[in-house]
Design a binder for this molecule. Structure first.
Ligand SMILES: C[S@@+](CC[C@H](N)C(=O)[O-])C[C@H]1O[C@@H](n2cnc3c(N)ncnc32)[C@H](O)[C@@H]1O
Length: 192
Protein backbone atom coordinates (compact mmCIF):
# COMPACT_ATOMS: atom_id res chain seq x y z
CA UNK A 1 0.00 0.00 0.00
CA UNK A 2 1.35 3.43 -0.85
CA UNK A 3 0.68 5.99 1.87
CA UNK A 4 1.01 9.65 1.05
CA UNK A 5 1.80 12.14 3.79
CA UNK A 6 1.71 15.92 3.46
CA UNK A 7 5.23 17.39 3.73
CA UNK A 8 4.69 19.04 7.18
CA UNK A 9 3.78 15.60 8.51
CA UNK A 10 6.80 14.06 6.78
CA UNK A 11 9.01 16.68 8.46
CA UNK A 12 7.54 15.73 11.85
CA UNK A 13 8.11 12.05 11.15
CA UNK A 14 11.80 12.70 10.38
CA UNK A 15 12.24 15.03 13.37
CA UNK A 16 10.81 12.40 15.73
CA UNK A 17 13.70 10.10 14.82
CA UNK A 18 16.33 12.70 15.73
CA UNK A 19 15.05 14.58 18.76
CA UNK A 20 15.50 12.81 22.09
CA UNK A 21 13.90 13.53 25.45
CA UNK A 22 16.07 16.06 27.26
CA UNK A 23 17.44 17.34 23.93
CA UNK A 24 17.40 20.83 22.46
CA UNK A 25 15.71 22.15 19.32
CA UNK A 26 14.96 25.38 17.48
CA UNK A 27 11.83 26.45 15.64
CA UNK A 28 13.24 29.12 13.30
CA UNK A 29 9.77 30.23 12.09
CA UNK A 30 7.32 30.00 14.98
CA UNK A 31 4.18 31.21 13.12
CA UNK A 32 1.05 29.77 14.71
CA UNK A 33 3.15 27.61 17.03
CA UNK A 34 2.30 24.15 15.71
CA UNK A 35 5.92 23.12 15.12
CA UNK A 36 7.05 24.77 18.38
CA UNK A 37 4.44 22.79 20.32
CA UNK A 38 5.46 19.60 18.55
CA UNK A 39 9.15 20.18 19.46
CA UNK A 40 8.31 21.09 23.07
CA UNK A 41 6.39 17.81 23.45
CA UNK A 42 9.30 15.80 22.05
CA UNK A 43 12.05 17.29 24.23
CA UNK A 44 10.16 16.47 27.43
CA UNK A 45 10.47 18.16 30.81
CA UNK A 46 14.27 18.39 30.79
CA UNK A 47 14.61 19.60 27.21
CA UNK A 48 14.77 23.08 25.70
CA UNK A 49 13.28 24.72 22.61
CA UNK A 50 14.14 28.15 21.19
CA UNK A 51 11.56 29.74 18.90
CA UNK A 52 12.10 32.73 16.58
CA UNK A 53 9.70 34.95 14.69
CA UNK A 54 9.88 38.54 13.42
CA UNK A 55 6.13 38.89 13.92
CA UNK A 56 5.05 39.78 17.45
CA UNK A 57 1.60 38.37 16.73
CA UNK A 58 3.17 34.95 16.05
CA UNK A 59 5.09 35.07 19.35
CA UNK A 60 1.87 35.90 21.26
CA UNK A 61 -0.22 33.21 19.54
CA UNK A 62 2.48 30.61 20.20
CA UNK A 63 2.95 31.61 23.84
CA UNK A 64 -0.80 31.22 24.34
CA UNK A 65 -0.86 27.80 22.67
CA UNK A 66 2.10 26.58 24.75
CA UNK A 67 0.52 27.94 27.94
CA UNK A 68 -2.72 26.06 27.22
CA UNK A 69 -0.72 22.82 26.85
CA UNK A 70 1.47 23.52 29.90
CA UNK A 71 4.60 23.59 27.69
CA UNK A 72 5.62 27.23 27.91
CA UNK A 73 8.35 26.57 30.51
CA UNK A 74 10.20 24.36 27.98
CA UNK A 75 10.37 27.10 25.33
CA UNK A 76 12.23 30.40 24.99
CA UNK A 77 10.37 32.56 22.47
CA UNK A 78 12.48 35.23 20.78
CA UNK A 79 11.07 38.13 18.80
CA UNK A 80 13.94 38.41 16.31
CA UNK A 81 15.06 37.23 12.90
CA UNK A 82 16.36 33.69 12.71
CA UNK A 83 19.41 35.17 10.96
CA UNK A 84 20.49 36.30 14.46
CA UNK A 85 19.85 32.98 16.18
CA UNK A 86 23.46 32.43 17.23
CA UNK A 87 23.38 35.76 19.12
CA UNK A 88 20.23 34.79 21.06
CA UNK A 89 20.93 31.14 21.79
CA UNK A 90 23.28 30.75 24.76
CA UNK A 91 26.82 29.58 23.95
CA UNK A 92 26.31 26.39 26.00
CA UNK A 93 23.86 25.15 23.32
CA UNK A 94 26.12 25.87 20.33
CA UNK A 95 27.05 22.59 18.68
CA UNK A 96 24.51 20.75 20.86
CA UNK A 97 21.20 21.26 19.04
CA UNK A 98 19.56 18.13 17.63
CA UNK A 99 16.88 19.63 15.38
CA UNK A 100 16.26 23.03 13.76
CA UNK A 101 13.02 23.46 11.80
CA UNK A 102 12.23 26.12 9.18
CA UNK A 103 8.79 26.50 7.62
CA UNK A 104 9.27 29.25 5.04
CA UNK A 105 6.85 31.74 3.54
CA UNK A 106 4.25 33.70 5.45
CA UNK A 107 1.87 33.01 8.29
CA UNK A 108 -1.38 31.62 6.82
CA UNK A 109 -4.09 34.19 7.50
CA UNK A 110 -1.49 36.66 8.78
CA UNK A 111 0.36 39.70 7.47
CA UNK A 112 2.04 38.70 4.19
CA UNK A 113 4.65 41.44 4.53
CA UNK A 114 6.34 39.22 7.16
CA UNK A 115 7.53 36.73 4.59
CA UNK A 116 10.83 34.87 4.75
CA UNK A 117 13.43 36.20 2.29
CA UNK A 118 16.17 34.32 0.46
CA UNK A 119 19.13 36.33 1.86
CA UNK A 120 18.20 36.08 5.55
CA UNK A 121 16.95 32.50 5.13
CA UNK A 122 20.30 31.36 3.73
CA UNK A 123 22.22 33.24 6.42
CA UNK A 124 20.05 31.57 9.06
CA UNK A 125 20.41 28.07 7.61
CA UNK A 126 24.18 28.48 7.45
CA UNK A 127 24.22 29.48 11.13
CA UNK A 128 21.80 26.64 11.95
CA UNK A 129 24.21 24.11 10.44
CA UNK A 130 26.94 25.40 12.78
CA UNK A 131 24.69 25.14 15.86
CA UNK A 132 23.82 21.48 15.21
CA UNK A 133 25.32 18.55 17.06
CA UNK A 134 26.80 15.68 15.00
CA UNK A 135 23.91 13.72 13.42
CA UNK A 136 21.60 16.67 14.05
CA UNK A 137 19.27 17.87 11.31
CA UNK A 138 17.90 21.07 9.80
CA UNK A 139 14.52 20.66 8.08
CA UNK A 140 13.39 23.35 5.65
CA UNK A 141 9.90 23.34 4.17
CA UNK A 142 10.00 25.63 1.12
CA UNK A 143 7.15 26.94 -1.00
CA UNK A 144 8.07 27.96 -4.57
CA UNK A 145 4.43 28.86 -5.31
CA UNK A 146 4.37 32.48 -4.09
CA UNK A 147 6.19 35.65 -5.12
CA UNK A 148 9.77 35.38 -3.87
CA UNK A 149 9.26 31.77 -2.84
CA UNK A 150 10.47 30.46 -6.19
CA UNK A 151 13.75 32.40 -5.92
CA UNK A 152 14.15 31.41 -2.27
CA UNK A 153 13.64 27.71 -3.08
CA UNK A 154 16.02 27.82 -6.05
CA UNK A 155 18.77 29.53 -4.06
CA UNK A 156 18.27 27.13 -1.18
CA UNK A 157 18.55 24.18 -3.52
CA UNK A 158 21.80 25.57 -5.00
CA UNK A 159 23.15 26.32 -1.53
CA UNK A 160 22.51 22.72 -0.46
CA UNK A 161 24.36 21.44 -3.53
CA UNK A 162 27.55 23.27 -2.56
CA UNK A 163 27.67 21.72 0.95
CA UNK A 164 30.65 19.44 1.49
CA UNK A 165 29.23 15.88 1.36
CA UNK A 166 31.90 14.76 3.83
CA UNK A 167 30.19 16.95 6.45
CA UNK A 168 26.56 17.26 5.36
CA UNK A 169 24.05 14.96 3.71
CA UNK A 170 21.04 16.57 2.04
CA UNK A 171 17.78 14.82 1.13
CA UNK A 172 15.05 16.58 -0.79
CA UNK A 173 11.51 15.28 -0.38
CA UNK A 174 9.23 16.35 -3.21
CA UNK A 175 5.49 16.68 -3.01
CA UNK A 176 3.56 13.71 -4.35
CA UNK A 177 1.80 16.13 -6.68
CA UNK A 178 4.62 16.83 -9.11
CA UNK A 179 3.65 20.37 -10.04
CA UNK A 180 6.49 22.88 -10.56
CA UNK A 181 5.21 25.06 -7.70
CA UNK A 182 4.55 22.26 -5.22
CA UNK A 183 6.30 22.64 -1.85
CA UNK A 184 9.45 20.68 -1.09
CA UNK A 185 11.23 19.59 2.05
CA UNK A 186 15.00 19.82 2.45
CA UNK A 187 16.57 17.71 5.21
CA UNK A 188 20.19 18.63 5.96
CA UNK A 189 22.03 16.22 8.24
CA UNK A 190 25.34 17.10 9.88
CA UNK A 191 27.57 14.05 9.61
CA UNK A 192 30.31 14.98 12.09
C1 LIG B 1 4.84 29.51 7.27
S1 LIG B 1 4.92 30.48 8.73
C2 LIG B 1 5.48 29.31 9.94
C3 LIG B 1 4.43 28.31 10.40
C4 LIG B 1 4.78 27.67 11.72
N1 LIG B 1 5.95 26.83 11.67
C5 LIG B 1 3.62 26.91 12.35
O1 LIG B 1 3.80 25.76 12.80
O2 LIG B 1 2.53 27.48 12.43
C6 LIG B 1 6.39 31.46 8.49
C7 LIG B 1 6.72 32.37 9.65
O3 LIG B 1 8.04 32.87 9.43
C8 LIG B 1 8.10 34.16 10.02
N2 LIG B 1 9.29 34.85 9.52
C9 LIG B 1 9.47 35.55 8.37
N3 LIG B 1 10.73 36.01 8.27
C10 LIG B 1 11.38 35.61 9.41
C11 LIG B 1 12.70 35.80 9.91
N4 LIG B 1 13.62 36.47 9.21
N5 LIG B 1 13.00 35.26 11.11
C12 LIG B 1 12.09 34.57 11.83
N6 LIG B 1 10.82 34.36 11.40
C13 LIG B 1 10.46 34.87 10.20
C14 LIG B 1 6.77 34.79 9.63
O4 LIG B 1 6.45 35.88 10.48
C15 LIG B 1 5.82 33.59 9.79
O5 LIG B 1 5.22 33.60 11.06
Amino acid sequence: MTRIFPLPETAHHIVRQHLLQGGSAVDATVGNGHDTTFLAQLVGGRGTVFGFDVQLQAIHITAQLLQQRDLLHRVTLIHASHSLMDEHIPQAFHGQIQVIMFNLGYLPGGNKSFITRADSTLTAIEIACRLLTAQGIVTVLAYPGHVGGDEETLRLSRWCQQLDPRHFQVDTVLSYYLKPHAPRLFVIRKMN
